[in-house]
Design a protein around this ligand. Structure first.
Ligand code: IPM
Ligand code: MN
Length: 346
């Protein structure tokens, strides 16, 4: 469409710094006739300290009206662990039914990887985003005693699994290699694991052109390091996907480059785009954060909204920028953002 109404949630720590660069590049890449409107939401640690609120209903309602959301990072050591993660980030993912957590991994030229032999890495993880062990289903009995019992139930519905598996097949079918790998742990997690595998096999009958494969999650971590080129599209559960995508980032140039989209493919709610990294309080405010992951998340955002050419321009600009980086190039967050903005504009 010819206008973008964007909600911006800078959040905590380096979130504010990287989001500023993402917006800079977004403004630079958009053609004159696409009107960009942004509204910033003050959510995160500071808000919580000030008012005790994580995500008030009124703000949730207002966020719902935007075309998409750009989020920086959530979390601060001054807030008890889980308060903002659950009360803000996961609340958004659940409320807006972001069942496709899309996390592409690509090894750009001239990017440092701990892998010998520099394999071609170009895969995308479709992480389920609304179920699994993330639903807060569990509890603790006799808390704090030596007889404490804690449960953390993984919730899996046929509806939830089928819709994300379908999305992954469609993505695999649209890629040149047309390969889809299911990652789970069905030798131990037999209830959810077998349901995932059954649905995966059943939906696969509708996609004869897609080659399929199954890996237990522990074996998948080995292949991420020894043979990452074997992957094209991966579909997996919420928690496995969380862990695998940090590993994927580590082997493709680090967490400073890893982008993600929390997508509601039906369009019923706005999708939300964010770097995979966190708020990095240790370097917050120092201008040291690499905004590239956020800039690449902006590319995913543009692609989602139908601005494919602009998405590609951003990805090409990042590739060109990375190609020129050397060990001596130490640039600030702002300088990297400026360089990318100049590249996408020309
Ligand atoms: C991520 C993060 C979140 C997650 C946390 C902060 C709740 O690690 O986006 O990968 O586990 O999904
Ligand atoms: Mn994570």
């Amino acid at each position: 469409s010819r206008s973008i109404d964007l909600a911006v949630v800078p959040g905590d720590g380096i979130g504010k710094e990287v989001v500023a660069q993402g917006l800079k590049v977004l403004a630079a890449v958009l053609p004159q006739d696409v009107k960009l409107e942004t509204r910033e939401y003050d959510l995160g640690a500071q808000r919580w300290h000030r008012t005790g609120e994580t995500l008030p209903d009124a703000e949730l309602e207002s966020l719902k009206g935007h075309d998409a959301i750009l989020l920086g990072a959530i979390g601060d050591p001054s807030v008890p662990s889980g308060v903002l993660e659950r009360g803000l980030l996961l609340k958004l993912r659940f409320a807006f039914d972001h069942y496709v957590n899309l996390r592409p991994s690509k090894l750009f030229p001239n990017t440092a990887t701990p892998l010998a032999g520099r394999p071609d890495i170009d895969f995308v993880v479709v992480r389920e985003g609304t179920e699994g062990p993330y639903t807060g289903n569990g509890g603790s009995l006799r808390t704090g005693t030596e007889h404490e019992v804690a449960t953390e139930v993984s919730l899996n519905t046929a509806y939830g699994v089928e819709r994300v598996v379908r999305d992954a097949y469609a993505r695999a079918a649209a890629r040149p290699r047309k390969k889809l790998t299911l990652v789970h742990k069905n030798n131990v997690l037999v209830y959810a694991g077998h349901m995932w595998k059954n649905i995966f096999d059943r939906v696969g009958q509708e996609y004869p052109e897609v080659t399929t494969d199954y890996l237990h999650v522990d074996a998948a971590t080995i292949f991420f390091v020894t043979q990452p080129e074997r992957f094209d599209v991966i579909v997996t559960d919420n928690l496995f996907g969380d862990i695998l995508t940090d590993l994927a980032a580590a082997v493709t140039g680090g967490i400073g480059l890893a982008a993600s989209g929390n997508i509601n493919p039906t369009g019923a709610f706005p999708s939300m785009f964010e770097p995979v990294h966190g708020s990095a309080p240790d370097i917050a405010g120092a201008g040291k954060a690499d905004p590239t992951a956020t800039v690449l998340s902006v590319a995913l955002l543009l692609r989602h909204l139908g601005h494919e050419a602009e998405a590609v321009r951003i990805e090409d600009a990042v590739a060109a920028d990375l190609a020129e980086r050397t060990a001596e190039t130490v640039r600030t967050t702002d300088e990297i953002g400026d360089a990318l903005a100049v590249r996408v504009a020309s």
